[in-house]
Every structure is written in structure tokens, then in C-alpha cells.
Design a protein around this ligand. Structure first.
Ligand code: NOJ
Ligand code: NOJ
Length: 451
């Protein structure tokens, strides 16, 4: 009898704990959605304009950043049902056409636009060529849905026309990407000049998806050209792997006369973002690629050491890169959430493969997730190792989310960063991208639930 009571007591305790986290996760999704939507088409901005944050000073983020907007719109597209997102996406298409037709200092590589619609014309790190590629990825996803629904005229008029001079948003971004991908530019953090892993991951995918869309619309000549560039980028990406340092180098061929000089490690969380934002099944550098696994493991290690808040509790607050000095160099919400999403993506990919392959290279990653040693080899889906690794990945993701919950505001507010020493929020107030990153995490969380 006593055992029986104890059993129920423990069961109740466990289930109420699970309920508490799940409930927070759900509420955070609702809040993130609401905040994201409130940052689009505001009263003092044009329709389709996405403010990076409502903060107008320290820092001023009241701009439409091409990268942030593309990621935000993609998250909404994946989250909302057709009727709720349709107008938002149409507005985003118009905003894009307007941006593309506005004279700027760096053509389509211009990173951000003022609330009056003009291009930002002060000194800035430009061009940033991940922007047009990310934007193309988001718009192609929209175009394909429109075509599935039979709205080909709208697509041909606004999104894709074989005619180079037509004001069609996707075609312009793809042509621009074909033209510039081999040239150096600034990275997504707007700091270093060279060739970037994150940017090239986006460019390869934009062109691959673009080629499929071009074929779908009968523009086979362009499809061939897009595919050719995508294949070249696929080869060029290999140069980012350093056998000597045993990690993916975020920037290669770095210019010495432009951009920051103190970024020595070349280890950058944007490598993981590259997988989340751009990777397609069948491509190299996916979630289970040994090189991604080992690089991620190195980052978790560094960030858990250098940020003192990471010395307490589990779940590692993740920053951009170890030497970061922006606002003192802190963990970011979107990166900590992004790593959690990545662990779940690994878990889903393992389930699809129906096995775990442990190699000499990826071993440190799995040892850590498992919490015990494991020998290189293949472990099928019935093995204890396979089950434990998948369970470990999920609890790792949940631990990262508990850290996010701990540093976020009462109602779910997320700024850009949280202080590496005292944990309080820092950087841009209510960063839109923080919320968008939560939305895509949540999609992954709710779909990778089953074992
Ligand atoms: C502003 C950029 O947005 C940020 O990423 C960067 O760290 C700082 N400038 C310093 O260059
Ligand atoms: C600074 C970040 O480094 C950059 O990636 C981002 O686009 C801007 N802030 C706006 O959020």
C-alpha cells in the first residue's frame, strides 16, 4: 500500500513537471508569434516592413534587415495556415520588389533599409550577400504554394519571370546570387570580410530550389545556369573544412584590410544556423555530417567554459563566437534556441536513418550526449545506444530551453542577448529574430516528439 502511494506521488510529481515545461513551451510559442506579427507593417513603417526590433536607440534596430526579414517571414510561412499568412506574404513580396528597385550603395547586397523605404546610406558592412539568397529561399517556398493553388499569374508577374528585366523578386535574387557568389563579402554578423560558410550554404540552396522553380515554370535555360552555380558552390564549400584544425572554418580567404581583426578562432555558431536555415536532404553538411557534429561539439565546449553563467545549471547559453565583443560578447537567445533545434534535427535524422553511426570524428559529440563512452560503429534502431542517444538529444534540447526560459522575461520577452556574467537581458529589446527562432524550434519540437 505504501509503495503504491509513493508510486502515485512520484508519478504525479513527474507529470506535473513535464506539464509545467510543456505549458511554458506552448505559451512561449503563442507569445513569440504575437510579438513577431506586431513587428511587421507597423503604423510608422510601410506594409511588409519587418523591424529587426522595436528598439530605436542603443541600439537602433528600427530597420528592415534583409536577412532578418527573410528568416522571420520563413518562420511565419512555416507556422501559419494559409488564410492567416497570405496577406503577410503578399506584403513581403511588395516590400521586396520595392527594396530591389531602390538605389543602394551595394546593389541587392544592401543589408538594411530605413523606415521610409530608402536604403541605409551611412557607413556599414556591405555588401552582405546572404540576404538575397535567404530571401529567395523564403519566396520560393511561397511561390510553390501559390503554384500548387493555381495562382500562376501572380507568380509570373511578381515572383518569377524568365525575362531578366521583369520586376520579379525571386528571379532578381537568383541572378544576383549567380553573379556574386564567388566574390568576397561581409558575413551575417556584419563584421568580417571574406568567404563565409553560412552565406554559401544559403546561396547553394537558393540556386538549387531556384532551378527547380525555373523548371516548373518552363525556364529551362536559367535552371541549367542556376544548377551549374549551385554545383560549384557545393565544391567550394568543401574548403571550409580544416583537417588540421578538425573543424569547419566559418570564414576563409579573409581580407586583412576590411572588417574586424580579433576573430581568431574561426569557430562560429552561424555554422549551425547554416544547417537550420539552408540545408536540404541530399546535400553535404547536413545535421549528421561528421564535420558539423564535431564543430558543434567544439562550440558547446568553448561556450560552456567562457561564459560564467554556464557554470551553473545545465543547458549551455550559446554566443556568436568566442572572441565576440558586441555588447561585451554574450550568449544570444536565437543561438541557444537554434542549438536546441539542431539537437532535435539530429534526432529526427537518426530516426529516418534508423541507426546511429559513430565514427572517430563524431565520437566526442555522441559521448557527451550519451554521458558515457561509446565505440565507433553502427547502432541500429533497436539498440540501447540508439534509444539513449535519441533520448539524450531531446533532454539536451529541453535543457537549452530551460536556460532560455530562465533568462527570458516573465511574459516571455526575449531581447537579443543575455549577459554572460549576470544573466540579465542585453542588446536589442524584443529582437524579432529571437522570436522567429523560437517558432522554428517549436515546429521541430512538436514534430520530433515521437520515438
Ligand atoms: C553592428 C552589427 O550589427 C553587429 O553584428 C556588430 O557586432 C557590430 N556592428 C560591431 O561591428
Ligand atoms: C546584428 C546581427 O549581427 C545581424 O546578424 C542582424 O542582422 C542585425 N543585428 C539585426 O538583427
Amino acid at each position: 500500500m505504501r509503495n503504491f502511494t509513493l508510486y502515485w506521488f512520484v508519478a504525479l510529481l513527474l507529470s506535473s513537471q513535464a506539464w509545467a515545461t510543456d505549458n511554458w513551451l506552448y505559451r512561449q510559442q503563442q507569445y513569440s508569434l504575437q510579438m513577431t506579427l506586431s513587428h511587421i507593417s507597423r503604423d510608422d513603417t510601410p506594409r511588409g516592413f519587418v523591424v529587426a526590433a522595436p528598439s530605436k536607440s542603443d541600439p537602433n534596430y528600427y530597420f528592415h534587415w534583409v536577412r532578418d526579414a527573410a528568416l522571420v517571414m520563413n518562420a511565419l510561412d512555416r507556422t501559419l495556415p494559409w488564410e492567416k499568412k497570405r496577406q503577410l506574404l503578399y506584403d513581403y513580396v511588395s516590400m521586396t520588389q520595392q527594396n530591389q528597385n531602390t538605389p543602394t550603395l551595394s546593389d541587392l547586397g544592401e543589408p538594411k533599409f530605413n523606415p521610409d523605404g530608402s536604403g541605409y546610406a551611412d557607413e556599414w558592412a556591405r555588401p552582405q550577400n546572404d540576404g538575397p539568397a535567404l530571401r529567395a529561399i523564403s519566396l520560393i517556398q511561397f511561390a510553390n504554394q501559390l503554384l500548387d493553388r493555381g495562382d500562376e499569374p501572380y507568380v509570373r508577374q511578381n515572383l518569377y519571370s524568365a525575362d531578366e528585366n521583369a520586376p520579379t523578386a525571386i528571379k532578381k535574387d537568383l541572378e544576383y546570387t549567380v553573379k556574386v557568389w564567388a566574390r568576397p563579402d561581409f558575413d551575417l554578423w556584419e563584421e568580417v570580410h571574406g568567404t563565409h560558410f553560412y552565406t554559401r550554404m544559403a546561396q547553394r540552396t537558393a540556386l538549387e530550389l531556384g532551378a527547380k522553380l525555373a523548371d516548373r515554370l518552363g525556364d529551362h535555360d536559367s535552371a541549367v545556369r542556376f544548377r551549374r552555380s549551385a554545383n560549384l558552390i557545393h565544391v567550394a564549400l568543401e574548403r571550409h573544412w580544416s583537417e588540421k584544425e578538425y573543424k569547419i572554418l566559418s570564414t576563409i580567404d579573409r581580407s586583412t584590410d576590411k572588417g574586424l581583426s580579433y576573430k581568431h578562432s574561426n569557430l562560429d555558431a552561424s555554422t549551425v544556423l547554416g544547417v537550420l536555415h539552408s540545408w536540404l536532404p541530399g546535400q553535404t553538411f547536413g545535421p549528421l555530417d561528421d564535420r558539423i557534429l564535431v564543430t558543434t561539439e567544439k562550440m558547446m565546449k568553448v561556450f560552456s567554459q567562457i561564459y560564467s553563467i554556464n557554470h551553473q545549471h545545465d543547458g549551455v547559453g550559446i554566443g556568436r563566437y568566442p572572441e565576440d565583443q558586441f555588447f561585451g560578447g554574450n550568449p544570444w537567445f536565437l543561438l541557444t534556441i537554434g542549438f536546441a533545434e539542431y539537437f532535435l534535427k539530429v534526432s529526427t535524422a537518426l530516426a529516418q536513418d534508423a541507426k546511429v553511426t559513430v565514427s572517430g570524428t563524431n565520437k566526442p559529440f555522441y559521448v557527451r550526449i550519451l554521458g558515457r563512452d561509446i565505440l565507433p560503429g553502427k547502432y541500429d534502431r533497436h539498440s540501447q545506444e540508439f534509444l539513449d542517444i535519441r533520448r539524450g538529444l531531446r533532454s539536451e534540447a529541453e535543457a537549452y530551453l530551460r536556460r532560455v526560459q530562465f533568462h527570458a522575461g516573465e511574459g516571455g520577452r526575449m531581447d537579443e542577448q543575455f549577459d554572460r556574467n549576470n544573466g540579465f537581458m542585453k542588446g536589442a529589446f524584443h529582437l524579432t529574430w529571437s522570436y522567429a527562432s523560437y517558432l522554428t524550434f517549436h515546429l521541430q519540437y512538436t514534430t520530433s516528439n515521437s520515438f
